[in-house]
Design a protein around this ligand. Structure first.
Ligand code: C5P
Length: 398
């Protein structure tokens, strides 16, 4: 499963670094391209030459190559990688990853990486038991870093206990499992997706709307087709279109979106509601175009039905509902409140920023589920975010 995958192995200073050449060999044998990045301290435990020869790629440590002066561009490295594994990962690197410090090439690459990240902690007995280390590992895990726990055994200090790096075969298996095709629960499921804005008429030519493009929901609908699902997309006014295999129902307003969803949800296995539904609509839209004769115009707005809330409170035990939350303040708190109030199985938080939210082609999400699980993605294309989201829901919902 690792054939043709681009893997970065980060090596930090620890005695277990002497086992990393074996991991490089296993990955190379499986057909992966391997780039090793050592911290300066790692080179006291393993040689760059060994790692270079085995990986068939110069092992790098510095931002600039001493011989040629060429820049080892951490952003390019981060984008190149399909996976980053840091092994052994000592407490110093764990702490710096937690706080976002980047005083070496490995840490800058970690911060730039958009791929999944694994760490294999390794340290001496008492260090591994420190509350600070445990807290940092928890934080990283909550941010989506995969932790390959240290094992119990004889340690370099002569002490016996927990702290040994998991063996290279185990590290290899963690990566191999991740890329192995998973049984998809989406196959043959009928999923209802909503996407896009809603337009609420003021008069025949004007409306209240928002900047949603519908891209995120369309990416989810398309990705579900790849996973063998039957998909109905209820789409508000959008210039984008899903793949032809998706059953498309175009709507304009929140009321028409609710009507379509009520019918479609009846025979769906689940609903993923990514539409940016207008919360309010003009109470009585004017049947004729409003003239600009008056110096002021007051619109009376009334609340729209909450589609997700309505459907979630009448779902059958076999159906699931998932919503989106877009928050500008206290995002986690409000997202979890929404999960409970709207009776959801999971909620996906996206924060409005330069590279996430409405108009961006990329997104960054955090998924919370009703069993208090949390998954945080890195910034990725919306198509890629859809795949990550569906993989996580595949593990959590069924
Ligand atoms: O309450 P809030 O609008 O923040 O909730 C967002 C979630 O609820 C999204 O999944 C959105 O599609 C859905 N929603 C809805 N009907 C509304 C407003 C939001 O279904 N009137």
């Amino acid at each position: 499963m690792l054939n043709s995958k681009n893997i970065i192995i980060g090596v930090t200073g620890g005695i277990a670094a002497y086992k990393i050449p074996l991991l490089v060999r296993l990955l190379k044998k499986a057909g992966a391209q391997v780039q090793v990045i050592c911290t300066p301290a790692a080179l006291q435990f393993v040689t760059a030459e060994t790692l270079t020869v085995l990986s068939e790629n110069p092992c790098i440590t510095e931002f600039f190559q001493p011989e040629t002066g060429a820049w080892n561009h951490h952003v390019n490295l981060g984008l190149w990688a399909d996976a980053l594994i840091i092994a052994p990962c000592g407490s110093n690197t764990i702490a710096k990853m937690t706080t976002g410090q980047c005083d070496n090439l490995l840490l800058t690459t970690y911060l730039s990486a958009r791929c999944p990240v694994w760490i294999a902690p390794a340290m001496d007995l008492d260090m591994y038991q420190q509350a600070a280390v445990k807290d940092n590992l928890n934080t990283l895990q909550n941010r989506g870093v995969h932790i390959i726990p240290a094992e119990t055994g004889e340690l370099a200090s002569g002490l016996l206990g927990e702290g040994r790096m998991a063996e290279p075969e185990k590290l290899f298996a963690a990566l191999d499992d991740y890329f192995a095709p998973k049984p998809s629960h989406w196959n043959n499921k009928h999923i209802l997706i909503t996407a896009g804005p809603t337009f609420e008429a003021i008069d025949p030519v004007r409306f209240i709307g928002n900047h949603s493009t519908g891209q995120m929901g369309i990416s989810i609908a398309n990705a579900l087709i790849d996973l063998g699902a039957k998909v109905t997309l209820v789409l508000g006014p959008s210039s984008l279109k899903p793949r032809k295999e998706v059953k498309l129902i175009s709507v304009i307003s929140a009321k028409s979106m609710l009507e379509a969803c009520e019918i479609e949800f009846e025979h769906a296995d689940g609903l993923i509601m990514s539409a940016a539904v207008a919360d309010y609509r003009p109470d009585t839209p004017s049947p004729e175009k409003i003239k600009k004769s008056e110096p002021e115009l007051t619109l009376k707005l009334v609340k729209n039905p909450d589609i997700l809330h309505t459907l979630s409170h009448k779902k059958k035990s076999t159906q699931f509902t998932v919503g989106f939350a877009l928050e500008t303040e206290h995002p986690e708190k409000y997202a979890v409140e929404k999960l409970k109030r709207k009776n959801l199985d999971a909620v996906i938080l996206n924060v409005v920023s330069e590279n996430s939210g409405f108009k961006s082609n990329t997104n960054k999400i955090t998924i919370f589920d009703k069993k208090n699980r949390i998954f945080e993605s890195s910034v990725q294309s919306k198509d890629q975010i859809a795949v990550i989201l569906l993989n996580t829901l595949n593990d959590w919902l069924f």
